[in-house]
Design a protein around this ligand. Structure first.
Ligand SMILES: [Mg+2]
Length: 256
């Protein structure tokens, strides 16, 4: 069993796939509320704002509010305000990140002081990525909302922004700063909201690298679910503290 005072839960692939609840996940959240274990939903999802994400989850049947969510876009905005104050940013990402990037001036790639890569989408064309590459060669720093390589949709696995970040880093000979998972700072800021130390908290996710190994590196217990993007080959990439079939098995693991 796992004895913790707080939990961080990934959303995509743990609560839902393509916003369809995974069987048992709605009840698992209700159970956590009932037994009073505090949690936050910590996500690298960049397609929707925090408010829209909470609304989507509520519509799907989850008892969550915007305050329960911590997103990589929020973390990126905080990082840019702290470390690149006043800088003009080019953001290449899916979805509607602008309202969660409050205080950050958004410009075209050729005017950018800093380049931000988020979730992959059709905008990730060779032409745009080549302009990004040139900007990086001219000295602009590279910031990643996350380093996810792929995720699972209802149509299958899909390549994500982390794959492009890896290519840009290699080509430009630079290292990106990552703001979302698996950055320890992201886990720590979410835990500070719970007021629970890492040693007394567990992270539940479907991404062995970004969720589980990232959380373990930050001092947390790492729990991998066999839903979402999980592949059997993930178990060769690291050693989760626990592996469960789905979020429906969490209560049993916690013995609550
Ligand atoms: Mg996930």
């Amino acid at each position: 069993m796992v004895n913790v005072d707080g939990l961080l839960l990934d959303i995509d692939g743990v609560l839902a796939v393509s916003w369809e609840p995974i069987p048992g996940s709605i009840e698992a959240i209700d159970r956590l509320r009932k037994v009073g274990i505090p949690f936050r939903l910590i996500t690298n999802t960049t397609t929707r704002t925090r408010a829209a994400l909470a609304e989507t989850l509520r519509a799907a049947g989850f008892d969550v509010a915007p305050g329960d969510l911590v997103t990589a876009v929020n973390a990126t905005a905080a990082y840019l305000r702290a470390h690149h104050a006043g800088a003009r940013a080019f953001v290449l990402s899916d979805g509607d990140a602008a309202s969660d990037l409050e205080g950050v001036e958004l410009v075209g790639v050729d005017q950018a002081d800093v380049v931000v890569i988020g979730g992959a989408c059709e905008d990730f064309t060779h032409a745009t990525l080549n302009r990004v590459f040139r900007r990086l060669m001219e000295g602009a720093p590279l910031v990643g909302m996350h380093r996810n390589l792929y995720w699972r949709t209802s149509e299958g696995l899909e390549l994500d922004g982390g794959a492009y970040i890896a290519g840009l880093e290699e080509a430009a000979g630079i290292a990106a700063t990552i703001c979302g998972k698996p950055s320890a700072a992201f886990f720590e800021s979410a835990l500070s909201l719970l007021r629970v130390p890492a040693a007394r908290a567990a992270m539940v996710g479907d991404d062995i690298v970004n969720d589980v190994l990232g959380a373990q590196a930050a001092g947390m217990t790492g729990v991998l679910v066999r839903t979402g993007k999980f592949l059997e080959s993930d178990l060769a990439k690291g050693r989760p503290d626990h592996v469960i079939g789905s979020l429906a098995d969490l209560a049993g693991l916690l013995e609550v």
